[in-house]
Design a protein around this ligand. Structure first.
Ligand SMILES: NC(=O)c1ccc[n+]([C@@H]2O[C@H](COP(=O)([O-])OP(=O)(O)OC[C@H]3O[C@@H](n4cnc5c(N)ncnc54)[C@H](O)[C@@H]3O)[C@@H](O)[C@H]2O)c1
Length: 264
């Protein structure tokens, strides 16, 4: 069945808003930067990969700030730059993440791999929220969207132990922040994509096609998501259309978390 393209949608829900996107050089972050810009936002793109980040910023007409999201000073500088350049930080899409092959079964995953994944996937979200919140509180408004994953709620025998634990942390932290700052006009949600066809997933599956096929069978929609389909959810959560949604787990997973037996 052909899937609907979101490319042609021209809602302008984010005119006058400033959105910071981490991991904007590739995959979900890149698609989100495109979508947020198309909806009228001023987009500040952050990535550790300077070439990819610069080219993404050029493509969306945004501002690139080279940032390693595990570095507190760089993260502060990122949000300072967004505020100083555009006068507000209205949206923070804290999305950068990694899924390296050395993060595997608990039986084989070493402490270095464990720590690295926790730093990039979880500590970074803490740092980005910590840096964004004071600017949002100043204006009494904001939407924070933290990228978790469907693996925060579902177990897999094809384990990536630190990745899964990091995404569980993102989910719990987002819920807590959503509750804490709700009365200040700041919404915080965790976005949990199912498997998305991005370089991160391709890298993982190129190494093991059998594992890829094994995962695909569990998705009722019968395919991986396109990054644009996740970006559409980001734009919704960023906009006032989601004004009563906070402290939530927003699943965009093709039905995977609801399935017992999938269609053949
Ligand atoms: N692809 C999927 O199937 C899937 C599913 C669920 C959740 N996610 C999550 O979505 C997010 C984006 O994943 P993606 O598939 O678009 O990955 P991707 O590899 O295509 O893009 C990730 C981007 O993050 C950047 N990055 C990595 N480490 C960084 C750091 N320390 N500082 C700044 N930038 C850094 C990379 O350079 C890259 O541009 C991740 O948090 C991932 O865990 C992905």
């Amino acid at each position: 069945m052909p899937h609907r393209s979101t490319d042609a949608v021209v809602c302008r829900r984010l005119v006058g808003r400033t959105a910071v996107v981490t991991g904007a050089g590739s995959g979900i972050g890149l698609a989100a930067a495109h979508r947020l810009a198309a909806e009228g936002a001023r987009v500040v793109l952050a990535d550790i990969d300077e070439a990819a980040g610069r080219s993404a910023a050029k493509a969306v007409g945004g501002l690139f700030v080279a940032t390693d999201v595990t570095d507190p000073y760089m993260v502060e500088a990122l949000f300072d730059t967004a505020y100083e350049t555009y006068g507000s930080v209205d949206v923070a899409f804290n999305n950068a993440g990694i899924s390296p092959p050395e993060d595997d079964s608990i039986l084989t995953t070493g402490l270095d791999a464990w720590h690295r994944v926790q730093e990039v996937n979880l500590t970074s979200v803490y740092l980005c929220c910590k840096a964004a919140l004071p600017y949002m509180r100043r204006h009494g408004r904001g939407s924070i969207i933290n990228t978790a994953s469907f693996v925060a709620r579902m177990g897999a025998a094809t384990s990536q132990v630190s990745y899964t634990a990091s995404k569980g942390g993102v989910l719990a932290m987002s819920r807590e922040l959503g509750v804490q700052f709700a009365r200040e006009g700041i919404r915080v949600n965790a976005l949990s994509p199912g498997p998305v066809d991005t370089p991160l997933l391709r890298e993982l599956f190129a190494a093991d096609p059998v594992a890829a096929a094994r995962r695909l069978v569990h998705i009722p929609l019968g395919r991986f998501a396109r990054p644009e389909e996740i970006a559409a959810a980001v734009a919704f959560l960023a906009s006032d259309d989601s004004s009563f949604i906070t402290a939530a787990e927003f699943l965009v997973d093709g039905g995977i978390s609801g399935a017992y037996v999938t269609p053949v």
